[in-house]
Design a protein around this ligand. Structure first.
Ligand code: SME
Length: 157
């Protein structure tokens, strides 16, 4: 079934409440995880228009993250455990907010345009199975409000 998503104006919290409700409704109609990851990327892109929004999934065969559904320019396909912001969020099993990627030791620059980012791990029984990575072209884009809502949104998967 085709869906329309109309971006919402308001405070950041109001925008997230709207996105969360839209994502809940959309995901209730579909059980396929890849499809749902893809639509979460699309909803976030439509609402916030960040530079890059995407998932990396854990590939246990070689202990890397592998690129999943995303919105934005082409990106690195593999990230080793513990490397970059994504690999670090995976290793620590916790959300990482980076206000300036140039200050993050070992940051993997898929694009020189990226200035700040947030990476949110997706867990099942305390084990990380994927991460949501969002990159912004401006410094210090993400804060604890983003963390709270993005953790709730990926919790729908
Ligand atoms: N910035 C990430 C790499 C992924 S790309 O930005 C899409 C990192 O250091 O983990």
């Amino acid at each position: 079934m085709a869906e329309d998503f109309i971006p919402f104006s308001g405070s950041k919290q109001e925008q997230y409440e709207y996105v969360l409700a839209q994502a809940e409704a959309l995901l209730a109609q579909e059980t396929n995880t890849i499809a749902n990851m893809a639509n979460i990327c699309a909803i976030l892109k439509e609402q916030f228009n960040w530079f890059w929004i995407g998932f990396y999934s854990v590939d246990q065969t070689n202990n890397t993250l592998v690129l999943g559904p995303f919105q934005g320019p082409i990106a690195c396909t593999r990230i080793p455990h513990g490397k970059g912001v994504c690999g670090t969020a995976w290793a620590k099993a916790e959300t990482i907010i980076v206000k300036d990627v140039h200050q993050f030791e070992g940051h993997i620059a898929c694009s020189s345009l990226s200035q700040s980012e947030i990476v949110v791990p997706l867990k099942k029984d305390d084990t990380v199975w994927a991460v949501l990575d969002i990159d912004s072209e401006t410094l210090a884009t993400f804060d604890l409000i983003d963390q709270e809502y993005l953790e709730r949104i990926v919790g729908l998967l």
